[in-house]
Design a protein around this ligand. Structure first.
Ligand code: FNR
Length: 187
């Protein structure tokens, strides 16, 4: 946890895809972030498939991931929707960092959820599944506004910049609320 007033936020995209809209959404979050906060994006490509046999001696990439979470003041999840839920790659990483029992990296860490999807509903079903998981992880989470970037292809330009004005406005407000929640939890 940072010792200054500055706030460090770890952005976790739930997609490994080159050109992922959810990573582009995190790029937009970096652009729209309140000046007191900084966003680092953490790619999940190195996280192996979870196996409980290995959780007493965690894989090195999982140790590093857990350290990143512990050092951050807050977490920003950007998740696609896969078959009405969150992608396995994201749930897998969440499960690793919650273990071993009693040594979760997530506990009491403020969080916010955003998402983009090809469908019109903008990942809303995945976001609600993720919010349920965050209850299990004991993460205080920003409730409003919801950032649901539907029909994602139409919301980004050819350079990958989020151009949809409503999405930009909602994202900016959500980031302000995440910073407020993080500051409240510091006190
Ligand atoms: C999808 N997609 C999708 N979209 C949606 O709105 N609801 C859904 O249930 C699903 N299900 C689904 C399953 C699987 C296995 C894939 C690969 C895709 C489409 C999805 O929204 C689209 O691929 C996004 O572009 C994925 O996000 P990224 O990779 O662009 O961040």
């Amino acid at each position: 946890m940072a010792t200054t007033n500055a706030i460090s936020i770890l952005g976790i995209p739930g997609s490994l895809r080159n050109g992922s809209y959810n990573r582009l959404l995190l790029n937009a979050a970096r652009e729209l972030m309140p000046s007191i906060a900084q966003l680092e994006v953490y790619d999940l490509a190195d996280i192996p498939i979870y196996n409980q046999d290995n959780e007493q001696a965690l894989p090195r990439s999982v140790e590093i991931f857990k350290q990143k979470i512990l050092q951050a003041d807050a977490i920003l999840f950007a998740s696609p929707e896969y078959n009405y839920s969150i992608p396995a790659v994201l749930k897998n990483a969440i499960d690793w960092a919650s273990r071993p029992m009693g040594k979760s990296a997530w506990a009491r860490k403020p969080a916010a959820v955003i998402g983009a999807s090809a469908g019109m509903l903008g990942s809303v079903r995945a976001q609600y599944h993720l919010r349920q998981v965050l209850v299990a992880l004991d993460m205080p989470t920003v409730n409003q506004p919801e950032v649901l970037v539907g029909t994602a292809r139409a919301c980004f330009d050819a350079d990958g910049r989020l151009t949809d004005a409503t999405s930009r406005d909602l994202l900016k407000r959500l980031l302000e609320n995440l910073v407020d929640l993080t500051q409240t939890h510091r006190h």
